[in-house]
Ligand binder design. Structure first.
Ligand code: DAH
Length: 341
């Protein structure tokens, strides 16, 4: 019995030394320490031994079992470490490889300039008010004091729809009427951004679809000096605290008096360059005191309140400041253009 146990121990340890992976280790465990292992069988047979041999054989059997178990545990740990090390090597990341660039999306320049203007006007207490791209002739023209045969209609060639008297808005000014009607008789201070459409030859300087931002302020005692102060402040917030502005008389049917605002050329600082055509000034918006007829059409009593309005083309401001020479680029979705912003 003792000889058999010694032989089992030696054989077990010898075979364990040859085990090189966890699969054969498991096979070894089943063979040497499993329920049907020879050792287990011998141990079951202990009971049948003569009483004199039993204690010694029992002790030896337990020793062999513990020795095999200990050797097994050590081997298992060794294999685990080796397999870990192998995996670490196999799955190693070469941190010296150059990275793959992740292309970043970005905002369209239209969105960028609109958001800047929203921020400037929001700081000045303006609400953003939206109205639709499709308007009636009544809203787009008549209520803004353009009668049917008014020559100023020729300034804005319209896209008519199949529906009689329904047009794509040629400017954001009809939004003035919507904003006033939504607010009257209370004061209103709002900007109205949006797309406008004009039936024109598409050239580097004119697109059939372009952005405008309209502004409308109505309340008791609003004066021309409020218009000048507000728009000059807006220009300074947008272009810098020292930018100079000037107002020139102009004509729009829906304002009286009407003006255009110029800012000192932000390309040359007013010295004269090709962008400002050597004048030192850039025209950036039209404005004026809301015509009494338009106030009335908006639901106000022109004897009680007065107001001013303005309209600007954000894309024009972008074109001037970034020296973009072709307005068509804003809608072409050419990445070579868009990636420059
Ligand atoms: N709607 C005019 C245009 O598209 C721009 C404009 C001028 C808007 C004067 C105004 C304004 O509100 O007061 O040419």
């Amino acid at each position: 019995m003792l000889d058999q146990l010694n032989a089992l121990e030696q054989e077990g340890l010898a075979q364990l030394a040859a085990v090189a992976d966890s699969e054969s280790l498991e096979a070894w465990r089943v063979k040497h320490l499993g329920r049907n292992a020879q050792l287990a069988e011998l141990m079951t047979g202990l009971g049948a031994l003569p009483a004199a041999e039993k204690p010694l054989a029992g002790k030896r059997a337990n020793e062999v079992k513990r020795a095999l178990e200990a050797a097994f545990a050590e081997k298992a740990e060794g294999l685990r470490q080796a397999e870990l090390a192998q995996a670490a090597e196999r799955d190693a990341v070469d941190v010296t490889l150059p990275g793959r660039p992740a292309p970043a999306g970005r905002l369209h320049p239209n969105t960028v300039v609109l958001r800047r203007l929203y921020a400037v006007f929001a700081d000045m207490g303006f609400q953003i008010y939206r109205s639709g791209d499709v308007e009636t002739d009544l809203m787009n023209f008549e209520l803004l004091n353009f009668p049917k045969d008014h020559p100023a209609r020729d300034m804005q060639d319209s896209f008519y729809t199949n529906e009689p008297n329904v047009v794509l808005r040629t400017h954001t000014s009809p939004g003035q009427i919507h904003a006033m009607r939504a607010s009257a008789p209370n004061p209103v201070r709002a900007i109205l951004p949006g797309w406008c459409y004009r039936y024109e030859q598409i050239t580097a300087r004119s697109e059939v679809q372009f952005l405008q931002i309209e502004g409308i302020v109505v309340g008791p005692g609003i004066r021309m000096s409020d218009l000048k102060g507000t728009l000059t402040d807006m220009a300074r917030r947008l272009l810098g605290p020292d930018v100079r502005t000037r107002f020139r008389a102009d004509y729009f049917p829906f304002t009286e008096p009407s003006a255009e605002m110029d800012v000192e050329c932000f390309v040359c600082g007013g010295k004269g360059c090709s962008v400002c055509k050597q004048s030192g000034w850039l025209e950036i918006l039209g404005c004026g005191m809301v015509h009494p007829t338009v106030l009335r059409n908006g639901g106000y009593d022109p004897d009680q309140v007065s107001g001013f309005a303005f309209g600007m083309g954000p894309q024009r401001i972008l074109m001037l400041s970034h020296r973009i020479t072709d307005i068509r680029q804003f809608l072409q979705n050419d990445l070579r253009f868009l990636e420059q912003f």
